[in-house]
Every structure is written in C-alpha cells, then in structure tokens.
Design a protein. Structure first.
Length: 634
C-alpha cells in the first residue's frame, strides 16, 4: 500500500500566515505519516498577465488521482475561478477537498469568523478612542475575507450611528503602495480620517509608514488597525491593533478534518473558527507583555530572518552566474550539480530541480492567447539530492513528481514552486520542510532569481542559435541553395590550418565549370539560364551527395572530398560523367536540362603539397577538360 499524501494549494505572499498554517498541518500529519505536497507560487494582480499564468501553472502540475485529499487555501489563492478548477479536478479524482478561507460549493469549508473579531475592533475604536470618521482599506473587491471584514465595519457603524459610505472604502488589490499613497494624500490634503481600518496587517504597517513620511505619528494623527496579527505587526512600532485568527490552529483543524475525510468519517460541511481582537499601540492602547517580550528579542528574530534571506540572495546570485555562463541545457545541468553539491547549505538534504523537455527549444514561444502551458508526460531531472545523497536519475514521469521517492521515507512537507518564462513552463523546484524559508520569503528570492537566470540563459541560447543561422544564411548561394564562395574560402582556411599542423590530413577537390551558359542566356533568356545553372548544380549534388558543394562563381562549382568519399573519388567521377552525358546527349529534354559541365579533380598525394597546390591542379585539369569538350573530344 502506497504512502498517503495530501495536496495543498496556495500563493505565498502572506508568508507569515502560510508558514504558521503549514506548521499547524504538520503537527497533525507528521504523527500520521501522511506527506504534505504544497504547490505554491507568487502570482499577484500587480504583475503582467502572462507572468501570473506562469506562476499559477504549478497548480496544474499534480495528477490528483495520485493523492488522498486536498486543501485549497482559498483566501490566499485569490484569483477568480482558480479554486473552482482544482475542486473540479478533486471531484474527478474522487478525493475529498477542503476550502480554507472561503465557503465554496463542492467542498468542506473551514473559515474564519471574521465578523466577531472585526466588530469588536470597530466598537473598541468608537467606544474607547472616540473614532467617528472611519476609512476601510480593503483588499480586492471580490475577496471574501476582505468583504466580511468590511461588512462588520458597516454593521457597527450603523449600530453606533456613524456615517460610513462607499466613499470611505479604498480597494487596493492587496497592493501596499496603493494604501501608503492614499494615506499620504489624505495627510497632505488635511483630510485624514480618525481611523484607517485595514484588511490585513501589511496594509496597516505601510499606512503607518505613510503617516510617518508626512511627519505624523500614529495614533496621534490617525488610528491604524490591521487583521491577521502576524509576527511583524507585533514588534512593529507602534504595534498594530489587529485581529488574531490563529493561523497555526487553522492548519491543525484543516489537517484533522482532511484526515477524518480520508478515513471515511463524517464531518461538518462548514467549520467556523473564531478570531480575537488584539489591541495595540496603533489604536492608543498599551502593548501586552507578549509584544514587549518579542520586541526585546526583535533583534535576534530580525537577524535570523535577514540571515536566511541574505543567504538566499547571495547563494542565488552565485547560482544565477553559474547558469548564465552556460551555453546549453546540458551545461546547465552539469554546472548546477557541481555548484549546489559544493554548497547546498540553503537547498538542504532533500532538494530537486526538474526541467520540462519542451522548455529546451531555443525559439522563445509567444502564444497567441493566454492559457496554461500543460506539463509534458516526463520531466528531466537537472539536480536531485534525497536524504543527503546525490541521485543520478535522468528523468521521471511527471505524475511521479519527486525523483527517487520511496514509501519508506520519513514524513516530509514537499514544496513545489514553478520555473517559467512568462506563461511558458520551464519546470519546477522542490524544497523540503522549509517553514522558515517560506516565512522569510527566501524561497521567493530563490525562485525569482532562478527564473530570471533561466530566462536570460534561454534568450542567450536563442540569440546564439539565431546568429549561427544568420551566419549560415550568409554562406548560402541564393539561386542554388548550396554554400557560396565565402563559405568555400573559410573551409579552405580550415584545411590550411590542418595541413600546417602536420596532421595526417588529406582531401580532394573537384572543380566544375558549366558549359554553354552564355548561349542559353542569349537564346532563351536569363530565366532559362538560371534553370540551366540549377540543373547543373542538381547533377553535381546528386553525385556528390555526401560532400559539401559550393557555387564559387556565376557558372563555377566545387566539391570537397574527405574520408570515405575521397576513397571513392574515381568511382564518383565516372558516375558524374555517365549521368552528365545522358543529359547533354538527350534528344527529348529541353535545352535548360541538357547540362554540360567541365570538370577537374585533384587530391593531396604527399605531405609537401599545399592546399593551394591541390586547388590549382584541379583548376588546370578542369580547363583541360573544357577545351576537349569544346573540341568535341569528350
């Protein structure tokens, strides 16, 4: 029986909330030995549509038929239709699915009772601090959590007789600069509200910074409150008055419910978890002892977080340089293996990089319309270390997801983040048990730089290939599409280097001169003359199909012979003469097909000869043949 596993889907912008939630899930799943597969990205409304698609594509990676249950953190995966697509796939796979954050059809839902905590916060501001003019700084207009918190503000304002209209709402789409600039505008215009109630703590902190940038202090100039009660907001000055929804407890509850569902137990379709108002300095209250203690340790906590992120930054700068020095995906694999093996302090003992084989194409794809780029059936393993041992696995089926994983492996939380170029997938990275790296945003730093390096490397490969193609085209004859005189001169130069190096190199030359071209041009026109040249070229190329053929003048061609072809030189020359005589002596073919070509062959017979000596000899023999053909002797 295979080991049980659950899939979790989320963005990681609310890093503190997600890290605590996953720790809560782990506390339940680890004793049950049920692995957690977290499919995580950094998609946001503030980026280009194609990049957002590239991030969200990681949600399509797993085949949910291979899982025993799923949890969608829908208050973080806040994009219309995304959660519904995952729910549909869960139903098709026949596995239970929980929506955390939003109540959605077709799922068991675990939600925060936003209302009670937010109503307590608003009553506190009005009753304890005399706030009369309130502004709500919201997330996105269709976010359920944000809207529930807004509804609580409306309810209490109506209850207390406080005027609150749609003009008192700012929708930010969770963009921090929008909130900060709005508060600064009010400060500069002298229209500050008594209190700015923010949909989360990050919006609250930047609102306080906006006041500070205008020379004002919170709460003296205006009260600012948040929601979520994240670690940063506790040690922030002033500490943010907020609502604690207990993210770690939410993770535990979701894990317990999905475990019960996996075991066939009945559970309630809707579970509501109450939240608690936590007054702080930003509304004018004193900080509690927990916050004072955290402030005393803030330097250590901040240093630890900065240490993780700084290490990620410097390490990935090094990785980026390694990638950019590569000229092929094979080189990237070799270089990454060497670089990470020498210094895997950030990646740890269980870490994997996989590329989708389709991503190797040098052409930079640009699809006509935005859509998800489906993963291929197999993934190439670029780097893989499992349980501290480097693995030599070349590729895996995509459904397998993790190279070399065995049912006997201990519990882990595996985190999958996307590699992509705009909307086009490149592959994915797998981190293991990386709670601190999620919370410190170090994984974001790593994936951002890795994606940037791969995109730059692919563009460099594409440009090199394009330049090679352009260079190749500059060496092609436009009429006959064989190589031209410039290419011929380059090849002769290579031959000269080989001869000068005293290597055992030998070669042969066959020079050709097309007869009767002027007559064809004069009597039938230049179009027929061009056809005559092309037919002569076709004859030469057919005979010397395993040798490079060059057009080195208007009616002159050359074939260069090496290796086995050189050994067959006499036989090939006889074939050429026979086939040419059939054409030029035909009574049925039109004039432009009755080609007549003079020829001369020479080859290097002793080391004292130079390349130019051989070419000169072939040229002399070709002109000798031409005289005899004109005289009717051949």
């Amino acid at each position: 029986m295979s080991k049980k596993k659950i899939a979790v889907f989320s963005t990681a912008w609310a890093a503190d909330i997600l890290a605590h939630f996953m720790r809560g899930m782990t506390s339940v799943m680890e004793p049950l030995n049920i692995d957690i597969y977290l499919f995580m990205c950094y998609a946001s409304y503030g980026e280009a549509d194609n990049s957002r698609y590239g991030e969200l594509n990681i949600m399509n990676l797993p085949d949910l038929h291979d899982f025993d249950g799923a949890v969608i953190i829908t208050n973080l995966l806040d994009f219309p239709g995304e959660a519904e697509k995952i729910i549909k796939r869960c139903h098709e796979a026949g596995i239970p699915v929980i929506s955390h954050g939003l109540k959605l059809d077709g799922t068991y839902s675990v939600i925060t009772n936003n209302t009670s905590g937010m109503e307590t916060l608003v009553r506190h501001l009005i009753d304890e601090h005399g706030a009369k003019k309130l502004t709500f700084i919201a997330g996105s207009a269709d976010n359920g959590d944000s809207n529930e918190r807004l509804a609580a503000v409306r309810t209490v304002c109506k209850e207390k007789g406080i005027e609150f209209t749609d003009d008192d709402i700012l929708y930010t789409n969770w963009d921090l600069s929008t909130a900060q600039n709005y508060v600064m505008k009010d400060a500069k215009e002298g229209t500050l509200s008594d209190a700015y109630l923010c949909a989360n703590d990050e919006l609250a902190m930047v609102s306080v910074i906006g006041l500070n940038d205008c020379g004002l202090e919170c709460p003296d100039a205006a009260i600012v409150t948040g929601f979520d009660y994240i670690e940063q907001s506790k040690v922030f000055y002033p500490s943010i008055s907020s609502v604690d929804q207990g993210s770690e407890n939410h993770g535990k509850v979701c894990a317990e419910l999905i475990a019960d569902l996996m075991n066939g137990k009945e559970v309630e379709e809707l579970t509501q978890i109450p939240c608690t108002f936590m007054p702080g300095e930003s509304c004018g209250c004193k900080s509690n002892q927990e916050i004072v203690d955290k402030r005393l340790r803030a330097g250590t906590i901040s240093f630890r977080s900065n240490q993780i992120q700084s290490f990620a930054t410097w390490h990935t700068i090094y990785i980026e340089r390694v990638i950019l020095n590569c000229e092929s995906f094979t080189e990237i694999k070799q270089a990454l293996t060497k670089a990470i093996t020498e210094d895997a302090g950030f990646e740890g003992d269980d870490f994997h990089i996989l590329f989708d084989p389709e991503s190797y194409g040098y052409e930079l794809k640009r699809s006509g319309s935005l859509d998800y780029d489906p993963y291929s059936e197999k993934q190439d393993v670029i780097y893989s270390i499992r349980n501290g041992k480097l693995q030599s696995i070349r590729s895996i089926k995509t459904s397998q997801l993790i190279p070399g994983l065995e049912d006997s492996d201990p519990f882990h939380m595996y985190v999958f983040v996307p590699l992509h170029e705009r909307e086009n997938k490149v592959g994915y990275i797998i981190f293991t048990d990386c709670y601190d790296q999620i919370q410190s945003a170090a994984i974001r730093e790593y994936s951002d730089r890795f994606n940037s390096a791969i995109e730059k490397a692919r563009k460099a490969m594409y440009l090199r290939t394009l330049n090679d193609s352009i260079r190749e085209l500059s060496h092609i004859d436009a009429l006959t599409h064989v190589k031209n005189r410039a290419a011929y001169e380059l090849q002769l130069e290579e031959y000269r280097k080989k001869v000068e190096s005293k290597s055992k190199f030998t070669f042969g030359v066959v020079l050709f001169d097309v007869n009767n071209l002027k007559k064809i041009n004069d009597e039938l026109g230049h179009y027929s003359g061009d056809e005559y040249i092309k037919n002569a070229c076709k004859l030469i190329c057919t005979t010397y199909k395993n040798s490079p053929v060059y057009r080195i003048g208007g009616d002159e061609f050359v074939a260069l012979l090496e290796g086995k072809v050189l050994a067959q030189k006499d036989e090939l020359m006889k074939t050429f003469i026979t086939e040419m005589n059939k054409l030029r002596n035909s009574t049925e073919l039109p004039p432009e097909e009755k080609v007549s070509v003079a020829y001369g062959m020479a080859y290097m017979s002793n080391p004292s000869e130079s390349v130019d000596d051989v070419v000169k000899e072939a040229d002399e023999r070709m002109y000798d043949t031409k005289k005899k053909m004109k005289a009717g002797e051949l």
